[in-house]
Design a protein around this ligand. Structure first.
Ligand SMILES: Cc1cc2nc3c(=O)[nH]c(=O)nc-3n(C[C@H](O)[C@H](O)[C@H](O)COP(=O)(O)O)c2cc1C
Length: 200
């Protein structure tokens, strides 16, 4: 197998490109698109976002100590990109992209009502890593859109919302299901049963 070395850089893809909402007052409420984000601990639940200090949102998040990670969808793809190339210094992104600020349950930062999932975060630590500073945060609440909740089972179907992935500068829809957690070690019997169920 022939390989090529690239200089050290960011290559952990695909990623979610999320819209992070912040600000306590209607005047300062803003949205920043962030791809440098992820989960860092399950219990206690913790997430991070890495933001350049030059971003308008940086000072807002630093001062208020709160933000909301809003997951993005095919329908929100244009707004996701737009909020990532325009600054709240010059635009009201809510108005420009027809997005609605809604009330979060625990934090004072707003949710973006049109998103299917809102991860409410309180900043625990700001780590100066270089061009990006990492906001390491506790997840204090997760809010989901009832439209994707099965009323009978209570199961949440995020795939139905049409989540998108960010891959090396491009946005993509998700494809077909190719397996589920643990399927690689499924017993022959369980596999047969599943196949049978799938064909029914
Ligand atoms: C797909 C995408 C991902 C981005 N990821 C980040 C990121 O992880 N961190 C960051 O500081 N800026 C990121 N940006 C750039 C900011 O979203 C952009 O500079 C935005 O205009 C900042 O908004 P603000 O000045 O209103 O805070 C990203 C932009 C796009 C389009």
């Amino acid at each position: 197998m022939s390989k090529t070395d690239f200089k050290p850089g960011t290559m952990v893809y695909p990623l979610p490109a999320v819209m992070v909402s912040c600000g306590h007052t209607a005047e300062e409420q803003n949205i920043i698109t962030v791809a440098w984000t992820g989960t860092v601990c399950s219990d206690p639940p913790m997430c991070y976002i890495s933001v350049r200090p030059s971003r308008h949102s940086y000072d807002i998040i630093k001062r208020t100590g709160e933000f909301v990670i809003n997951l993005t969808t095919e329908k929100l793809a244009k707004a996701t990109d737009w909020c990532g190339v325009r600054s709240g210094k010059n635009f009201n992104k809510w108005e420009e992209m027809n997005l609605t600020p809604g009330e979060a349950s625990v934090v004072k930062a707003p949710i973006i009502a049109e998103a299917p999932v809102h991860i409410e975060c309180k900043v625990k630590e700001i780590i100066d890593l270089g061009v990006h500073h990492m906001f390491l945060a506790d997840v204090v609440n997760v809010k989901v859109d009832n439209a994707y909740l099965d009323p009978e089972t209570g199961k949440f179907n995020l795939k139905q919302a049409g989540p998108i992935a960010y891959l090396h500068g491009n946005y993509y829809q998700l494809g077909q299901l190719i397996g589920k957690f643990g399927w690689s070690v499924e017993t022959k019997k369980a596999k047969k049963k599943r196949k049978q169920k799938e064909s029914e």
